[in-house]
Write a protein that binds this ligand. Structure first.
Ligand code: GDP
Ligand code: MG
Length: 180
């Protein structure tokens, strides 16, 4: 038993990946700290935030939310970065359609480099972020894409207005708990 008295304490590593400027850092900030800033601050190096939550009266989960922090331009990450991850959110920007095309690239990099111990694919959600701004359309093949690629779900999110951020992480959390 830990100091806080709960019986179980779990640590889950979650990745947040996607192109530069889509809102990864903002999403992590929103979820972990409850804040949003429109002033752009570039993230450099490996970076993560922790969000701790009770999932039942005996279990405290620490979500380690990894930000890819400046490695976006390479379009791929090292295996070390992916190591021990149990779930991932792939983010694109609804106002920049080219960032949706990159979702496929990020997913294939992830699928190539990480599988769970039970050989199952890593649980993934897709976040169509900046849902608060005017955007042309939602890529209509996203539903089929998610089905084909075994993506758990996709969400229109806004880090700015705090829309669907919790729902998306909750989906990953449930999958991680299920696989645990
Ligand atoms: P990253 O490069 O993927 O980490 O993107 P950032 O989180 O740094 O966000 C890039 C820019 O988009 C910043 O100016 C943010 O304030 C802005 N941004 C992020 N999320 C949202 C959102 O949901 N809505 C709006 N309107 N702007 C956002
Ligand atoms: Mg960032």
């Amino acid at each position: 038993e830990s100091l806080l008295g709960q019986k179980n304490e779990l640590l889950f590593k979650f990745l947040v990946i996607g192109d530069f400027g889509v809102g990864k850092t903002s999403i992590i900030k929103r979820y972990a700290e409850g804040t949003f800033s429109s002033v752009y601050k570039m993230t450099i190096g490996a970076d993560f935030a922790i969000k701790s939550l009770m999932v039942d009266e005996n279990t405290l989960v620490h979500l380690q939310l990894w930000d890819i922090a400046g490695n976006e331009r390479f379009g791929s990450l090292t295996r070390v970065y992916y190591k021990y991850a149990v779930a991932a959110a792939i983010v694109f920007d609804l106002s920049r359609p080219e960032t949706y095309h990159s979702v496929k690239k990020w997913l294939s990099d992830l699928r190539r480099k990480v599988t769970l111990q039970n050989e199952e694919p890593l649980p993934v959600v897709i976040l169509a972020n900046k849902g608060d701004v005017n955007y042309c359309n939602i890529p209509n093949e996203i539903v089929d894409f998610c089905k084909e690629q075994k993506i758990l779900n996709w969400f229109i999110t806004s880090a700015k207005e705090n829309t669907n951020i919790e729902a998306a992480f909750e989906c990953l959390l449930q999958a991680a708990l299920h696989n645990h």
